[in-house]
Design a binder for this molecule. Structure first.
Ligand code: GTP
Ligand code: MG
Length: 346
């Protein structure tokens, strides 16, 4: 999963990036585009790894791309270069500064920044769509394609982000490869100051985020940076003192999985215990293809054990003996926590 961190200059993107990835990119004033990955913590993988003692344990990963914002009072917004950088990201995380930053002019205005970002995305998408539509009309493209482009254009003109238009109204197959920003899943992260690190999302902001079909999260990036540097026990105590249920990384990952409708399935064995990320609703053959294209091509069946069943019985042999091993065909919808063995023949 690739997530682009975007937002205005000095909103705290690089600070967030560092906390999430454990890297140490320099904060403040621009810089270069950076990429870092984090491992998605999963206690189920920890447990499976203990049981199998594999040579290798592989967690799911999220990669973050930190795109510097524009600086200076006259230029607030996203640079064309910045926009270009985020087009190939699967999801966007907009960081909104809501703390006093001496390097940024004026009081923080997360609500206004959200509107500006939204307007910029709609505008950039509209530009792309207008060109496409003009060409499609000239080339007398088939009606369904024209309809899709027109529906998208009308939504953007009404300042509705494309992500808010359901598939039943918009045939997205005609919009593939355009890199439309307002169609990307969006997670809005409000970066608050130290004194309000456990405050809930302000109501008007929460409402607007919902209207934009986005998800929201608050954190204090600088407090989180301190938390990330602590050892686990210290962390737990510190979080409790602050009134936080979990670290921003945990909350972020949960929100991102929910937003993108992602789940994990597992493969296990003496060589490797591994988590794989798929979209909810993915069928067994497609899921097998994540592991290797041969498994998708030559798919015969999947032997499935839900994680809980496995833990209850303690071993794969015990699961089988209890008659709990599920033999599933290619159309089986893989569930979160399924342990899969794919039988295939190529
Ligand atoms: N008080 C406070 N300061 C913060 C917080 N988050 C970031 N900062 C500070 O704000 C400044 C800018 O933070 P960055 O993370 O570099 O901001 P950025 O969004 O990456 O900025 P650009 O890359 O220039 O767009 C730094 O001096 C940070 O230390 C926060 O939660 N509270
Ligand atoms: Mg930065």
């Amino acid at each position: 999963m690739k997530i682009g961190l975007v937002g205005f200059g000095g909103s705290g993107k690089t600070t967030v990036f560092n906390t999430m990835t454990g890297l140490d990119a320099p904060v403040g004033y621009g810089g270069e585009v950076r990429i870092g990955t984090v491992r998605v913590p999963d206690p189920r993988i920890d447990r499976l790894s203990q049981i199998f003692s594999p040579k290798k344990t592989t967690y799911a990963e999220i990669s973050f791309c930190d795109v510097p914002g524009e600086h200076g009072a006259a230029k607030k917004g996203l640079s064309p270069r910045g926009l270009q950088q985020i087009r190939d990201q699967e999801a966007l995380c907009l960081v909104l500064g809501n703390f006093d930053n001496p390097a940024v002019e004026g009081a923080p205005d997360p609500f206004g920044d959200l509107e500006t970002f939204h307007a910029e995305c709609c505008f950039a998408d509209l530009e792309i769509l207008e060109k496409r539509l003009e060409r499609a009309r000239k080339e007398r493209s088939p009606q369904p394609e024209l309809t899709a482009l027109e529906v998208a254009q009308a939504a953007l003109e009404a300042e509705r982000p494309l992500r808010s238009i359901p598939d039943t109204e918009l045939d997205r197959s005609f919009l593939k490869g355009f890199g439309l920003l307002s169609d990307r899943p969006l997670l809005v992260m409000v970066n608050v100051d130290e004194t309000r690190s456990a405050d809930p999302m302000p109501e008007p902001l929460a409402r607007r985020i919902a209207e934009l079909s986005a998800a929201g999260l608050t954190l204090c990036a600088s407090v989180e940076a301190d938390i990330a540097a602590m050892d686990p026990e210290e962390q737990a105590e510190f979080l409790r003192d602050l009134g936080l249920e979990s670290s921003a990384l945990d909350r972020f990952i949960r929100a991102a999985y929910e937003l993108l409708d992602l789940i994990s399935f597992f493969t296990v064995g003496p060589d490797e215990v591994r988590a794989w990320t798929i979209r909810r609703g993915t069928r067994a053959r497609r899921a097998a293809g994540k592991i290797h294209s041969d498994l998708e091509r030559g798919f015969i069946r999947a032997e499935v054990t839900p994680y809980e069943t496995f833990i209850e019985h303690g071993s794969e042999a015990a699961v089988k003996a209890a008659g709990k091993l599920q033999i599933e065909g290619q159309d089986y919808v893989v569930a979160d926590g399924d342990i899969l063995h794919v039988r295939f023949n190529v």
